[in-house]
Ligand binder design. Structure first.
Ligand code: SF4
Length: 139
């Protein structure tokens, strides 16, 4: 089913609310911390209740079918539930460099990338995206 159909039926709101409620006792990834991110508790990934974005823009460093002519519409989300010691994005994945954003700000970023001709959403979480789901859909 398409997003627009889900929005019209109200199902998108229901799913978004479910994703956000998952932050209060977070089991959104296999680390299974159980912390209440809605109350400011931090688990292994250190992510909070809002999405934190390090940078965004058209990205041309992927394979040609993903990049196309307009680039991959990339949003780099901070923090990571793997935290590998050799991570090339240490400042983002471990230190959480970036700015907190709510759902409206994230939506504006994604629409701006679309308007710039990016042909796909290449959002980067640096980790299992499940842990970011709640904050991405409703942050
Ligand atoms: S998303 Fe973060 S807080 Fe939630 S279980 Fe995974 S590592 Fe823990």
């Amino acid at each position: 089913m398409r997003y627009t159909d889900l929005a019209k039926s109200g199902e998108l709101t229901v799913r978004a609310q479910k994703a956000v409620s998952g932050l209060g006792g977070c089991l959104l990834c296999p680390q299974a911390c159980g912390v209440d991110r809605l109350k400011g508790e931090k688990g292994f990934c250190r992510a909070g209740a809002k999405a934190r974005v390090s940078s965004f823009g058209p990205h041309f460093g992927e394979e040609a079918p993903l990049v196309g002519r307009g680039g991959s519409g990339t949003v780099f989300f901070s923090y990571c539930n793997l935290r590998c010691v050799f991570c090339q994005n240490y400042d983002i994945s471990h230190l959480g460099h970036g700015d907190e954003m709510d759902a409206g700000e994230l939506a504006r970023i994604m629409l701006s990338l679309q308007a710039r001709g990016c042909q796909e959403d290449g959002s980067r979480t640096g980790s299992d995206p499940g842990g970011k789901l709640g904050v991405i859909v409703c942050g």
